[in-house]
Design a protein around this ligand. Structure first.
Ligand code: IMP
Length: 208
């Protein structure tokens, strides 16, 4: 199936996360794309009911495209740990949400990183510590057409967490070939090698 081309003009960024919207806007601004956030348009956030990154990215992109009548871009991402059978995977954000459900302060990334480490420790000291981040981008259209672009970055998990930069699981993820965690690497450098960068490169090559 051929990828549908995105022409200069408005593109809905199907996310209510300000950080994601500004990062995506910066990446696409130079192609004549005019990013509009789903929040700005008052579009509701659909429930992420899929069991794969592709399903969740597609459902978010299509909901925004159908709701706005414009093409829409969504991203779904997460951390997959080999020894845990790919977990937390699509549930990466949920593993940090114990606080939310209990009426607590919201997502707690240290709790989430600790959960991953606890499960690895249960497997014993010989369990492989390899992992990868996945970023799935979905470009959806009001007629239901959707194109997917996947990026990955391989690495391994370290403990205890190190570094203050980045977000989410960055302090425990050491990309392959490096010794520093994503939270110790300058953002510009992280953005050059990240799963999100790899997915964007595919989108730019195929759709722009
Ligand atoms: P999403 O917003 O539903 O796609 O959730 C993805 C989750 O994966 C985020 O909340 C982060 O915890 C995690 N994640 C994705 N990309 C990164 C990254 O580059 N660094 C650290 N954590 C990430």
């Amino acid at each position: 199936m051929t990828v549908r081309r995105l022409l200069p003009g408005p593109l809905v960024i199907a996310s209510h996360n300000e950080g994601k919207v500004s990062e995506i806007s910066a990446l696409l601004g130079s192609y004549g794309i005019e990013p509009v956030s789903a929040g700005e348009l008052g579009l509701p956030e659909p429930e992420e009911t899929g069991t794969t990154f592709a399903e969740n990215a597609a459902l978010k992109a299509l909901a925004a495209a159908r709701g706005s009548g414009m093409p829409a871009l969504a991203d779904d991402s997460g951390l997959c740990v080999d020894a845990l059978g790919g977990a937390p995977g699509v549930y990466t954000a949920d593993w940090a949400e114990a606080g939310l459900r209990e009426g607590g302060p919201g997502r707690d990334w240290y709790l989430a990183m600790g959960k991953v480490e606890g499960k690895l420790a249960e497997l014993g000291p010989d369990a492989p510590r390899t992992a990868h981040f996945v970023c799935m981008l979905a470009l959806g259209w009001p007629d239901g057409h959707v194109d997917l672009f996947e990026g990955r970055v391989a690495g391994s998990l370290t403990w205890p967490p190190r570094g203050k930069l980045g977000f989410g699981y960055d302090p425990v993820f050491v990309p392959a070939g490096r010794t520093q965690t994503f939270a110790e690497i300058a953002p510009t450098e992280k953005h050059a090698i990240s799963h999100r960068a790899a997915a964007f490169l595919k989108l730019v090559e195929a759709a722009l």
